[in-house]
Design a protein around this ligand. Sequence first.
Ligand code: NCD
Ligand code: ZN
Ligand code: ZN
Length: 444
Amino acid sequence: MKDLILNNAKIFTEGEIKEGGIAIDKGKIIKIGKDPNLPPASKTIECNGNLILPGIIDVHVHLRDLDLSYKEDFLTGTRAALAGGITTVLDMPNTKPRTDNPDIFKLKLKKAANKIVCNVGFYSAIPENFQDILKITKLGAIGFKIYPDHPYSNFDFSNDDQLSSLFKLLQNTQLPVTIHAEKRDTNKLIKTYKEANYPDIEAFLKAHNANSEIDTVQRCINFIKDNGIKLHFAHISTAESIKRIIEAKKKGLNFSLEVTPHHLILDSNLLQTKKSFSKMVPPLRKKSDCNALWDGINSGFVDVIATDHAPHSLDEKKSTFLEAPSGIPGLETLLPLMLTYINNKRITLKRFVELCSENPAKLFNIKQKGRIFPNFDADLVVVDLKKKYKINSANFFSKAHHSPFDGFEVQGIPIMTFLNGKLVMDHREVLAKEGMGSIIKPQN
Ligand code: NCD
Ligand code: ZN
Ligand code: ZN
């Protein structure tokens, strides 16, 4: 007797949709097939002809917790993930205190272990003492994150010697290195533009201008050449930087490229109406930039869509535009938005699964996840592709009850999420028990 059958479904497996069911046992997918060919199981869940996809792996999430738990904590952030059909998230290190030394890294693992309800891998920032890189790697970091843009790191990205010795150590870890590609000291620049009497939104956009991203991307291209680093570009937002990354990839550099739903769908005009609720870094760009990101998706050069879920409290977002922190929640809007674009044929289902499940698993060495295939973990999401509704951030499981997508008409909703073969979200009810998620460490 097997544990569970999901029957009467459309299943996305091996690049196409098959009709039938999935047999699950001990947390693993054991068979995909027509109902009469599946082994008997003690439980059956009826999928009513809906579509089953591999659970989403979101490689860019700020779960916060520790001293910023008023914005989000391990429980609320991972509940939001399950509600959004996301079964694994990679957590960013710009926490308070910063995740950049073995003690804080251990503290986070310990605190997360009995709180998380989806799977979580943990990033480390660049430690002040570069020698700690090896220790943090041994503790199971999923990757290292570089913020050349000041407040999150102490090392100087513009210093060639520092960067060389850093990259040497990072290369030894064989872990992906993710970069937030913007120049340093944007806050200082904002002040300069304010003093020159630019309106708030203009001052912000000028400080975070396209060249800040493009120049940082170019520095990586020049500097890294072929030294073996796996460099992952987070939230790329401009047509020119995507063009340069694609050229570098064509020359054989080991780069991967991530875009967010908000940079694909929204442009900077929205800032005039949504104000700080559409404020994030990098900022929203021009419509032509959005189109270049879509082209990168459809030509196969974009590797990952990730949310950059960056929750802040409603009160913080309600303060003046320049005082309000940058960042928007994204865990509960990714799937509804992308299903809408699948329905509208802007992206194929195959590409979507590659970008949100298969490629993240491959790039971050997460084995046995990201595909619906025998022996893979039964991390799954069942979606209703027909359901139409409006996004409403008041219903988010995240603590961040705001979104620039509020009021957006979408078509497609996650109706059930499975983690290791267990039903953890059922029609917007999160059933998972605290601590049910696993801590993900890279498996080479
Ligand atoms: C992020 C945050 O709030 O942590 N904000 C954002 O606007 N994206 C930081 C980041 O991802 O750079
Ligand atoms: Zn960033
Ligand atoms: Zn981020």
